[in-house]
Design a protein around this ligand. Sequence first.
Ligand SMILES: [Mn+2]
Length: 340
Amino acid sequence: MVFSFLRSLFGSVLAAARTSKHWSAKTLIVGPFEPVDGDSVACTKALINFLRGYGLEAFTLPTLSMYSQLEWILERSDFHPNQSFPSNTHRFVTDNLQSSYDQLLQSWRPDEIVLVDGQKERLGFDPKGVKVYCIDHHTGLGNDNDQEALIRKAPSAGCILIESFNILEPILAVSILTDTFWLRYNQPSSALKSFARLTQHGLTDSLLAEYQQKLMVKKDAQILEAIRTSDVRFFLDGRAVFVVLTDPSPEIHRGVLGELGYFCDHICVVRGDGYVSMKTSSPDLDLKSLAMKFGGGGHSEVAAMKLDSSSPEAVEQVYREFTRLLGSLQSLTTQPSPGK
Ligand SMILES: [Mn+2]
């Protein structure tokens, strides 16, 4: 008893010494109510491990949703014993965050709630007077570093835990892989620096291989089959693709977009029922105005429309407009530089 009190006291001081933040004796760690992703879940787990390592009390709440490829990260012991779950479950989800929180308060009141990978409006429940501290890398409203938040640009919230709080739990590899799409987007070289720190503190090849295996999304054979049997036209050296699906299923449509998004920068997929969605990674393209010609809308980088019919004529008209738009992009990028 005395020992655990001393451990807790010294833990608090030690933890504070290694970071700019004073950690509370009792902390509830949560991600935003949505999205629940590999960044928010891995950060939650890392902070629980870190604080408990200093003898402090730390728990999390169940989430509104959980992807099956992420549910291995949290364990029963990450939740307060008083939090009730159906006995046959290994999925720690709830359909009411407020009632889960209220249930927790009946037996354990945190000194502080730490929200990782989101800001206060994404807490998703009334904290009932408990102070909330946010750690986030979404800097839409600017940076922040005070008693209530550390918000700054970073590849993932996990990178802020690593760089600013010296939290080097190997599980943070999941945060980095998720938010950089396996080191392809969102400041990948800066993410690599954070990754390197994890490898110096216990992240081994076998651990990383295990994480990656667990994060793998099972391939739906129907999606690969749809790509194999559809009218798929690649152009622009394979960087652009136009697909005509016969299937009207939105699930297949979304799956095909996701799959081809791995290989192509510019995608247009026509669904069996005439719904068309388009996506580009180029800021120089305006897909919205193309969609508007067909009565649709969206954003310049993601847009959609619904054709009156998916007749071959209507589809070919979309194909012509899409390739023409991309042709304008190509002439932009292949223009000879001055002096040549
Ligand atoms: Mn994130």
